[in-house]
Design a protein around this ligand. Structure first.
Ligand SMILES: [Zn+2]
Length: 178
C-alpha cells in the first residue's frame, strides 16, 4: 500500500466535494476511515491466511463489492432516506474514497495486485502505470525505504491532491462571487 497518510489525503480531497452536513467531524472521520479500512485486512497475516487468498491482503476488502457495501452502510449515518438523492451522493463519495485505496495500491510497485472483482474472480490486478513505491508495513516505515515511499507519494498523490483542492476552492470562490 501507499502509506496510510497518502490514502487519507486523497479522502480529504474527495470530502471537499460535499461538506454541507451537520455532522462535519463524523463526515471527515468516515472519509478517512474509508480510505484506510481496506488495509485492516493485514490482520489476515496474523491468522496465517495466504496473501493470495480471497481474504488475504489486497483481497476482498480491496474489491469493488466491498466498497459498495461499506459505502452504503456508512452513508446511513448521514442520510436515513436511502431512496433520496442525498443518500446516493453520500454513497458515491464514500465509494470513491474506499475504492481509491485499491486504485492506489494497484499503482504501487510491490506485493501482489488488487483483487478488484473478488469474490467473483480471484485475479489480482495492477495498472500498467505503477510509479508509487510500496510502503513498508508498521515500524519499518521510519527508514530510508520509508523516505523513498514518501517522495514517490508526494509526487504522485499529494501534489495532485492539493492541486485538486485548490481548483475546487477556486471554483467555489468564483461561484460565490458571481
Ligand atoms: Zn491496501
Amino acid at each position: 500500500m501507499p502509506s496510510i497518510f497518502s490514502h487519507s489525503i486523497f479522502g480529504l480531497v474527495i470530502s471537499r466535494l460535499k461538506v454541507q452536513t451537520t455532522k462535519k467531524n463524523l463526515f471527515y472521520f468516515c472519509i478517512i476511515l474509508c480510505t484506510i479500512v481496506p488495509d485492516f485486512d493485514v490482520i489476515s497475516f496474523y491468522f496465517k491466511i495466504p496473501y493470495s487468498a480471497p481474504f488475504g491482503h489486497r483481497g476482498f476488502s480491496h474489491s469493488i463489492l466491498f466498497a459498495i457495501f461499506f459505502s452504503i452502510s456508512i452513508s446511513i449515518l448521514f442520510e436515513k432516506n436511502i431512496l433520496s438523492k442525498n443518500f446516493l451522493i453520500y454513497v458515491l463519495i464514500f465509494f470513491s474514497a474506499t475504492i481509491s485505496h485499491g486504485i492506489f495500491d494497484a499503482m504501487t510497485n510491490g506485493g501482489l495486485g488488487v483483487c478488484f472483482f473478488c469474490p467473483f474472480e480471484s485475479k489480482r490486478y495492477f495498472f500498467e502505470f505503477r510509479p508509487i513505491q510500496v510502503s513498508p508495513i508498521g515500524k519499518n516505515f521510519f527508514s530510508k525505504k520509508g523516505l523513498e515511499v514518501i517522495l514517490s507519494e508526494l509526487i504522485w498523490i499529494w501534489i495532485p491532491s492539493f492541486l485538486f483542492i485548490a481548483l475546487v476552492e477556486i471554483f467555489k470562490y468564483k461561484k460565490k462571487n458571481y
